[in-house]
Structures are given as structure tokens and as C-alpha cells.
Ligand binder design. Structure first.
Ligand code: GAF
Length: 382
């Protein structure tokens, strides 16, 4: 059954009437990993996999919400000490609280939601959930007066304050601002961004999901960020945005080897985003691909956020002649993103499935990427 229909049937069953349907997207990132919280550049796009919710104000001060995928119901008030214990519900509670903290309006509502963003695959299902509810509550209670950047920041603050992940802005930005057939180069310091048409000729973007669990809360993700902040502080900078390899080498003996390699990766990755944007404009997919492989190498060896399965998928891509391949997202499991020439696509997918299965006893999942719109309302208001 279609996602919208499935949600609607459940909504009517539970709450006995029609609500308004909203959706927001998961994201890919072509290049620029772990650069967002370092004031650098990222190059994401929203995808055709969404979290969708049917919502209706209920005239009370209570939120009543059912997750179809988790098959769990939560009910909570809108004060700080009403926080629900279920982790999925804390994303929604966090969004409500962050809107209220900023002076926005939120009142009680009923909601049912579900999605088709694969969980734990590094495609930002949590940002899609936050953005879906932030967009909806802006539309329902705030006359869409909350700026779109603030909607993204509401999602990011939800992660920081209610979910234990000190993430950057990339995922929520992509989920809110995504535009069909376009990637976005975002400068995470100035928050200026530009849409880049993305229809790579003769190539397809494919995600290969290792299905290794990916959990950022309490994970080494926050430690990576702390390393970067230590080095920036040591250099007298606000972030690593203005750091160069020369500056880093000058302080090499004063910092730990671990911090050195984390900062090295970030400094190199910053430049790769700019190189990839230029190459893409010229239709130079070879350069795009080389940068993607270099990113994988850096994420694996210097930033240490890869794992055996993802390194193996990267090796398979290289051996199969894939133009570019790398871990995508925060790391510690999830997907590789692959830029593949159309003529070798079927052979690559077959080889990846067979070889991975031989070694790990299960096939990876494969998703073709369609760059799509971000947060939106699905149904008319009246
Ligand atoms: C996760 C975070 F949520 C993002 O902010 C970003 O840092 C990414 O990891 C790594 O690029 O998705």
C-alpha cells in the first residue's frame, strides 16, 4: 500500500478524522563529510525516501503520536519535564520544545507517521523526522513565519538537546531545502548556499548499504567533533575552516597523533568539496570520482569512522571500475555512495552482492538515488 494511504488509514482508525499530511526527505551527500561542524562546505541533496506524517490539532495541550514502523504510541505534554522516554518520540518532543523556546507556537496535536528512509543507513532518517514535524508545526501553528534555516536549526538543536548527538547542520538543511534534481553546496559558516543541477550524464548514483548498525548517540561521533574543536582552539581559531596543513604541521608536536589526523582529514576534505563542485560543473566525473575515493581513504585511515564491511565495499567498487565510491554520512556503518557508469552498473551491483554475501553471509541492500524535494505539505489544508 502507498505510504500516504497506509498512514491515513491508521490515522482515521485511531483519531477518527482527517488530518493534514506532511513529508520530509532523507539525504545523500556527494562529498564533504564531517566538515559541517567545522565551518566547512558540504554538498548534499534530498532523496526520494521520506518520513511522512498525518497531523491534526486536537484542542488540548497534549501530543498523541503513533509510529507505524516502530508500532509504538506515545503521549506527552509540551513542558520541559514532560519528555517521553521512547527515543523516537524524543525527536518530536524536541522539535516542539525548540519551537517553543524560540517563541513559536505549538499546541496539542494527534499524529501518525511512517517512512521509507532506511534506518541506520546514514541517510538521516532522524533529520527527516525532525524536519517533517518542524515544517508541519510551522504550517499549522505559525503561519509559516519561522524561517527555513530556523526549521533546520530546530532539528539540529533537537539532536543536541534531546538525542545526545552533537551533529552539524547538513542533514536538517538538506531535508528542509532539498530540491528535485539539484545538489546544494552549503557554506556551513556563512550558511550561504547554491543549488547545482545534478543529472550526471551516463552515470548513476547508487547506495550500497552494508546493513551494519549505525548509531551516533554516545558514539565516537561526538569524540571526533571534540578532537576538531581542540585543534581549532589550539590554533586560536573558532573552527577548522581557516586552518591549513601548514598551520597544523606547526603544532603537530603539541597535539595528540589522533587529533592531528582528525584535523588533517577535515582540512583536506574542505578543499575536496570545492574541487568536486568545479569538476561537476565541467562534467568531469573522473575528478569527482577520484575525490570520492580520497574521501573514503581519509575517513577510513585518518578520521577512523569506517568499518571492515564498508572498506570491503569500497575495494569491490574500485576493482569493478566504479568512478567514485566512499562511505557516506557520519560513518560507523551504513552505506557507501557510488558514482557508477551506466554500462557497468548491473555488473557492479551483482559483484557487490555476491562478494559481500560470500564474506559476511548476507547481501548488502542497493538503492538507486533520485534527488528530490525536501520538506513539504502533501495535502491541501482545507
Ligand atoms: C551526521 C551528522 F548528523 C551531520 O551533521 C554530519 O556531521 C555527518 O554525520 C558527517 O558529515 O550525519
Amino acid at each position: 500500500m502507498e505510504l500516504k494511504e497506509k498512514i491515513h488509514q491508521e490515522f482515521v482508525k485511531r483519531f477518527g478524522q482527517d488530518g493534514i499530511v506532511y513529508a520530509s526527505a532523507g539525504r545523500i551527500n556527494l562529498i564533504g563529510e564531517h566538515t559541517d561542524y567545522n565551518g566547512g562546505f558540504v554538498f548534499p541533496g534530498a532523496i526520494d525516501k521520506v518520513i511522512m506524517a498525518e497531523i491534526k490539532p486536537n484542542g488540548t495541550e497534549k501530543v498523541r503520536v503513533y509510529s507505524i514502523d516502530i508500532d509504538d504510541y506515545a503521549e506527552f505534554g509540551l513542558n520541559e519535564d514532560d519528555a517521553p522516554t521512547a527515543s523516537w518520540a524524543r525527536y518530536i518532543f524536541g522539535v516542539c520544545r525548540e519551537i517553543l523556546k524560540r517563541g513559536g507556537v505549538v499546541k496539542g496535536f494527534d499524529a501518525v507517521f511512517a517512512g521509507n528512509v532506511p534506518l541506520g543507513a546514514g541517510l538521516s532518517s532522524s533529520a527527516a523526522l525532525e524536519s517533517c514535524f518542524a515544517f508541519a508545526l510551522n504550517d499549522l501553528y505559525n503561519d509559516n513565519q519561522i524561517d527555513k534555516f530556523d526549521l533546520a536549526k530546530i532539528g539540529q538543536s533537537t539532536e543536541h538537546n534531546y538525542c545526545g548527538v552533537n551533529c552539524g547542520i547538513m542533514d536538517q538543511f538538506a531535508s528542509v531545502f532539498g530540491k528535485k534534481d539539484h545538489l546544494m553546496r552549503l557554506d556551513c559558516r556563512s550558511m550561504e548556499f547554491e543549488y547545482y543541477p545534478f543529472e550526471p550524464k551516463g552515470h548513476t548514483l547508487v547506495l550500497v548499504d552494508s546493513v551494519v548498525k549505525h548509531e551516533l548517540a554516545d558514539s565516537p561521533y561526538n569524540k571526533r567533533r571534540a578532537s576538531c574543536e581542540r585543534v581549532a582552539k589550539r590554533l586560536g581559531l573558532e573552527t577548522l575552516r581557516d586552518a591549513t596543513m601548514e598551520m597544523l604541521n606547526d603544532i603537530k608536536s603539541d597535539i595528540s597523533a589522533e587529533d592531528y589526523f582528525r584535523a588533517k582529514f577535515v582540512i583536506e576534505e574542505k578543499q575536496r568539496v570545492l574541487d568536486v563542485c568545479d569538476a561537476l560543473t565541467k562534467g568531469d566525473y573522473e575528478t569527482v570520482g577520484k575525490c570520492m575515493y580520497a574521501t573514503h581513504e581519509g575517513l577510513s585511515k585518518d578520521y577512523e569512522v569506517s568499518c571492515e564491511e564498508l572498506d570491503y565495499l569500497n575495494d569491490i567498487a574500485k576493482e569493478s571500475g566504479v568512478t567514485g565510491s566512499r562511505i557516506m554520512g557520519g560513518g560507523f556503518g551504513g552505506c557507501t555512495i557510488n558514482l557508477v557508469k551506466d554500462e557497468i552498473l548491473p555488473a557492479f551491483i551483482k559483484t557487490a552482492k555476491t562478494k559481500f554475501n560470500e564474506r559476511y553471509g548476507h547481501e548488502p541492500k542497493v538503492y538507486e538515488v533520485i534527488i528530490s524535494d525536501g520538506a513539504h505539505r502533501e495535502t491541501p489544508k482545507d
